[in-house]
Ligand binder design. Sequence first.
Ligand code: SF4
Length: 510
Amino acid sequence: MADCSKIRKFSGADDYRTNFIIRSEINKFLPGGRHFIDDAEIQRIISQIDSSEVDPVRVREIIAKSESTCETLSPEEVGVLMQVKDEGLFSEMRAAALRIKKKVYDNRIVVFAPLYMSNLCVNGCKYCGFREGNSLQVRRKLTMDELNEELDVLAGRIGHKRVIAVYGEHPDTSTKYIAETIENCYSRQVPAPKSGCKVGIRRVNVNAAPLPIEDLKVLRSVGIGTFQVFQETYNRKLYESMHPKWSVKGDYDWRVTCFHRCLEAGVDDVGFGVLYGLCDWRYELLATVMHARDLERWFNIGPHTLSFPRLEPASGTDVPERSPWLIDDETFARIIVIARLAVPYTGIIVTARESAESRNRVLDYGMTQLDCSSNIAIKGYSDFAHESEQDKERQQFMLGDSRSIDEMVRYLASRGTITSFCTAGYRCGRTGGCIMDALKTGREGKFCKINAVLTFREWLDDFASEETRKIGDELIKKELAEIKEWLPKFYPAVEKQYEATSRGQRDLFF
Ligand code: SF4
């Protein structure tokens, strides 16, 4: 049970709005008032992008640096990559992005599912259907029994092992509720439909509002995976126009220093995200790099993942339709390539907000994680007859890719990509700086292949259709042969675990 004795309590939404933010936990990370998001520098780089010609020699030097060091590029270097318009030169960037992805993550794609816990919210973000005051939304938070119903579908029928639990910001869904729901996710075990083996959720990532250090320590104690907070936009002026001053979220600096507090609290897998379409994408990507570099400076740890949500239509608002900064599929793909080169070691998440075509395309450009069989209505998995059903008044936005996990696994396998259900990382200490080093040197990519094979075997035996299982079996044979060639001495241990998994043992990992 989580020890929540140090967590502050609030009498209601007004008390929360007035007193939640701890100013000293912002200022600590902005010494001397200097800000790591340097607006003037970003504007300077953007005007240089617009006014000067690209130098192909310099572009190739930057590509080579990204590939050989796997270190985060400087904003200046990222600006040079942004100048590239020539298709030939860009295809060199794209090829390098794919090589980096292979070096760092091999041919794996990690899958997860969103799990919406609540849509209670004390904020008023102008682009969001969950904002306070939107009477079109039916408000609710999951009870523990309802959460179990959701888990029975997610873990027991679909076969997910990893969820991103999503919480609105509200005193009724505070840290205590987040901690209890995480604990509940880990404890629920159900029989798998094909094998009868006990299965459950093994990694709970969280998408929530920024928290103070003491609260983050509580989440660490219950085994949080990645803590994800989306900045939405790094452009302060635009940020302030989208997030009213009276709201907690209206405080830009509280939000942008959240990951510094995470790392201070020992929550060392942090997930960045920007809502692409609110502002000039170049501004956002340059600021993302500044943010990553500041965390690296303080803690020697950068973003575990970057997410790339695009602004989508939502209930009760026309902001998503009116924004002058909406991006097309072509630009979206370009952003993924540049991001892969800019922060080479990071995981890149592209969610089912995107269309199937758009996601299929960026698989080759550097994406490493995706969701499938997703439902983002509160209690949508257990209420709807099929997980792909949608209801605008019950969800934050509409999804574009409704493929089931079986379809997705089959599609990926047909391209030679293995779906990984591995969740070993945080359970054996491979998080934060430790995982970053392993990723940069390419060690993690190979090592994780073993865990990917073991968990893929589990999923095929527990959940797959015959058609998917057949193609999955073929892929596993190829993967095992590669592991044998790569690690001949270690291979007997891998084989032993693989056979045990095939006989029905679960959750074996290296
Ligand atoms: S984006 Fe988040 S904080 Fe803003 S209104 Fe929506 S749910 Fe609330």
